[in-house]
Ligand binder design. Structure first.
Ligand SMILES: Cc1ncc(COP(=O)(O)O)c(C=O)c1O
Length: 429
């Protein structure tokens, strides 16, 4: 079976709106550590980790053993109608790590469902379906989460069960707030929030949902402290804050365990997904007991938090903490960020290198301007693959290269990938 056959079969049977990377899509057939091999036998260093999801990397013995242990019991699934030891244990760990007092955890299978659950909780608790969301955000593919997604390319339907008002994003290159320094940006964003509340809501807004660093949006982020400054305004009328930590959680930003911690605030609810299962379908929402318990009907997820995914999740968390991967993300991420910033200074096509820890984006523009250049971005992207490095793409205009490698990335691997990226940027300049 060649990849070509598989591509034809893929196109014949899967929907056209599910994108495939690369002019010649690849099939990844094996992986170890931070490296994968495709069906043609080519090896790649993986700086995207299946969209920030293979958080520990590939073929991690501790995770495999935890899953195999569970498989050997003969129980893959019981449903949440019965006690699930692995689920309770993982919920205890996540509640403790969340920073949310008296926390409860509800498990789902995807980030979309986690945000959907957070919205369910917030709208029930506040008896309101008015939501504040942020431009350039991505929160999922259900009607409600598409409804709070501020990104045209990822909003496949205008049907929306919520009434949404929009706040400015933290984009530092474009938009009304982009040219302001950090303090002025926060002041203006707070003023904007007050104005939106006064002019666009009918009072009693349920919540504000925000990503501390916007993932699909191209790793844009507002100055540290903005979520905290917003929360002070929200607290005046009891509006909840939801931090979507689907990409920023578990120490990826290096400086903190959760993205929200850069903002001097504790959210009422946080959502997680992606990395915690290291590939097993595991996601959820954490919230204060009074908030999370406020749903007045049965709501359950058949597969959410099943014995296999929660056994994996527990092993992932133990590994992450035992190896202090947050510190590694800070150390190794700095090598990448500094190297990319140095390369950016020599290049007229890079407008910005941004992000934190092992969550870094490079934004490409037409030389010497702020005009997004998705064509140059695609050239860098393809060139990286040719040279053996997998990276991601994103941004409102498809002009951002995104990197979210496994948090186990070594300094040597960071330098190797950096070299490929710098050469690819040089070749495209
Ligand atoms: C910030 C954020 N929230 C939610 C989601 C949706 O997660 P899922 O694709 O698991 O439904 C994503 C996915 O990329 C995301 O980046």
């Amino acid at each position: 079976m060649t990849t070509d056959d598989l591509l034809d079969r893929h196109r014949a049977v899967l929907p056209s709106w599910m994108p495939l990377y690369y002019d010649e899509p690849i099939e990844i057939v094996s992986g170890s550590g931070r490296r994968v091999t495709d069906a043609a036998g080519r090896s790649y260093l993986d700086f995207f980790g299946g969209v920030l999801t293979n958080m520990l990397g590939y073929d991690i013995a501790e995770v495999r053993e935890a899953v195999e242990r569970q498989l050997r019991t003969g129980v893959v699934h019981t449903s949440t109608l019965y006690l699930i030891r692995e689920q309770v244990e993982l919920a205890e760990k996540i509640a403790r790590l969340s920073g949310i007092p008296d926390a409860r955890v509800f498990f789902t299978n995807s980030g979309t469902e986690a945000n959907e659950a957070a919205l369910l909780v917030a709208t029930n608790y506040r008896r309101s379906h008015q939501i504040l969301a942020v431009r350039n955000s991505y929160h999922g593919r259900s009607y409600a989460t598409m409804g709070i997604t501020g990104h045209r390319g990822w909003s496949a339907s205008a049907l929306n069960p919520l009434q949404v008002s929009w706040l400015h994003s933290g984009d530092r290159l474009r938009g009304l707030l982009s040219r302001l320094d950090d303090d002025a940006h926060i002041d203006a964003a707070v003023e904007d929030l007050r104005e939106v509340l006064a002019t666009q809501s009918a009072g009693d807004v349920a919540c504000l949902i925000a990503e501390p660093i916007q993932g699909v949006g191209g790793f844009t982020h507002a100055p540290d402290g903005l979520l905290g400054a917003w929360k002070k305004v929200l607290d005046e009328s009891g509006i909840l804050l939801i931090s979507d930590e689907v990409q920023t959680g578990w120490g990826r930003t290096g400086e903190h365990f959760w993205g929200y911690q850069a903002h001097d605030v504790t959210p009422d609810l946080l959502t997680f997904a992606k990395g915690v299962g290291n590939g097993f379908a595991l996601a959820g929402v954490v919230g204060r007991a009074d908030v999370l318990n406020s749903v007045q009907a049965i709501s359950f997820s058949t597969f959410g938090g099943n014995p296999i995914s929660t056994a994996a999740g527990s092993a992932v968390l133990d590994y992450l903490l035992e190896h202090d991967l947050q510190a590694n993300a800070a150390r190794v991420g700095a090598i990448l960020r500094d190297g990319l910033r140095a390369a950016a200074q020599r290049s007229a096509i890079v407008a910005e290198v941004r992000g934190k820890g092992l969550m870094l984006g490079v934004e490409f523009v037409q030389p010497g301007s702020r005009e997004p250049d998705p064509a140059i971005t695609a050239r860098v992207f393809e060139e990286c693959r040719r040279a053996g490095l997998l990276v991601g793409k994103g941004g409102l205009y498809g002009n951002v290269i995104r990197m979210g490698p496994p948090l186990t990335l070594t300094e040597e691997e960071a330098r190797e990938g950096l070299g490929i990226l710098v050469d690819a940027i040089g070749a495209a300049s």
